[in-house]
Design a protein around this ligand. Structure first.
Ligand code: AMP
Ligand code: GLY
Length: 435
């Protein structure tokens, strides 16, 4: 079987690792192509010979030429641009939603209207067309609740959401939303009531007729320990989520996923792909904060290690359905992201290149490292670049054990990569609560 995996993050490294360990992927005969990045830590993959800025049609042509049997799309942007249609037009199979269904992530207004129609529990909201309207709606909610949330409608790389606790913060949020850098995502702005509860996310692989549950995870979005600093793509996460009720998955299925699939069907759309439901778990149960048409990063990494199910089988065999993650003995997993020391602020590339021996990265079977931004170094070494570079995932019978293992592995890597940083408090509360 020939598979093409699209995406350049550590999330896609984790997917490549799952594919290579699948019973459906024959290591001898099968080939795993990747685009746009080469994978340095996952052996036996081959980067597609195509520029990173190629058009979707060129990518589909290349896939046709290489007789790719299945393409799996990791990130949301190509899905929002219609990669499914570009591939299907050429008779190629791509796992991921259509451009229409990808609007669940690419348009927050589309997602909220659909939730309202399908009676999926979510925060009350209003849609504003301009800054004046947005301010008056925000003031109305703020005066009633003491808080309000403003959100750009379109994709804004996680930077288009403002949780405001004063009129000053509303004004600052509006300044950012209506500045030039966001204008593409702000033809409409959502004004939402603020939800109270604990946040977590729910992940599934959805096929035409079945859904398989991969697990719940909690991620740590702020840059620094103690939930300080700006929002990032995610600095770490843990799974499972011990503070959820035992029937949490069936509540999400009944109240969110089944009505969502029905509402899409009523619009003539089916959903196929990964689905990530961001939730606030409130006193009255799950409330949806957002839908993403992909897996999370670093949630995919922690779930890939924790859940020993064969994900490629779940993607390809449409008759299979699972309603729980399967862990082999170790019942907790923690992921810690190692980033370059300026992240998330921009920095000049370092003059001094540091290199890490592969043997340090790939050390123990219960501690798995996935890479995003690395360059190949000399034989047996890699050079970390900038941003969120590695995700270190450890599993253990306890959160405290998994935390210790992941953090001590970060320490070891940092002996070679001194210009790195990570959060020390990932899953700390979960570890304290298990005592
Ligand atoms: P989103 O991009 O929609 O996931 O929002 C980013 C973050 O903003 C979420 O992870 C929450 O922490 C927060 N947030 C978004 N919407 C709400 C809401 N209605 N109530 C409380 N917090 C929210
Ligand atoms: N870790 C959050 C996300 O992938 O959106």
């Amino acid at each position: 079987m020939q598979i093409l995996l699209i995406g350049a993050g550590a999330r896609e490294d984790a997917l490549a690792w799952k594919i290579q360990n699948s019973s459906l992927f024959d290591q001898g005969q099968g080939k795993l192509y990747t685009w746009p990045k080469a994978y340095s830590l996952i052996k036996g993959t081959q980067k597609l010979d195509l520029a990173a800025n190629a058009r979707l049609e060129q990518l589909a042509d290349k896939a046709l030429e290489l007789k790719i049997d299945l393409t799996i799309c990791g990130p949301e942007a190509p899905l929002a641009d219609g990669i499914k249609e570009a591939f299907e037009d050429k008779g190629l199979k791509l796992f991921g939603p259509s451009k229409g269904a990808a609007k669940l992530e690419s348009s927050k207004v589309f997602a909220k209207n659909l939730m309202k129609e399908a009676q999926i529990p979510t925060a009350d909201f209003l849609v504003a067309g301009d800054r004046g309207e947005c301010f008056s709606y925000a003031k109305e909610f703020f005066e009633e609740d003491g808080k309000v949330v403003l959100k750009a409608d379109g994709l804004a790389s996680g930077k288009g959401v403002f949780v405001c606790q004063s009129i000053k913060e509303i004004e600052e949020g509006l300044d950012s939303l209506y500045s030039n850098s966001f204008s593409h995502a702000c033809d409409k702005v959502l004004v939402e009531r603020c939800l109270l509860g604990r946040e977590c996310s729910h992940f599934t692989i959805i096929n035409k007729h079945t859904e398989s549950f991969l697990g719940f995870a909690v991620d740590f979005k702020r840059a620094f320990s103690g939930d300080k600093g700006p929002n990032t793509g995610g600095m770490g996460c843990y799974t499972p989520v011990p503070w959820l009720p035992a029937n949490a998955h069936s509540l999400v299925m009944d109240q969110v996923i089944v009505p969502l699939k029905n509402a899409l069907k009523n619009k003539g759309m089916s959903y196929e792909g990964f689905l990530y439901v961001g939730l606030m778990w409130t006193d009255s149960g799950p409330m949806v904060i957002e839908f993403n048409v992909r897996l999370g990063d670093p949630e995919a990494q922690v779930l890939a290690v924790y859940d020993s199910k064969d994900w490629l089988e779940l993607i390809m065999r449409e008759s299979i359905q699972h309603d729980k993650p399967v862990s082999d003995g170790a019942s907790k997993a923690v992921a810690v992201v190692m980033a370059s020391n300026h992240y998330p602020y921009p920095s000049k590339p370092s003059q001094e290149k540091e290199t890490i021996p592969l043997s340090t990265l790939i050390e123990k079977p219960e501690t798995q490292v996935f890479a995003a931004a690395v360059a190949a170094g000399l034989e047996g070494e890699v050079t970390p670049l900038a941003g969120r570079v590695f995700t270190v995932v450890a599993k253990s019978p306890s959160f405290s054990g998994a935390r210790e293992q992941a953090l001590s592995h970060c320490q070891k890597i940092s002996k070679f990569w001194t210009a790195s940083r990570w959060r020390e408090d990932i899953a700390q509360l979960a570890a304290e609560e298990e005592c």
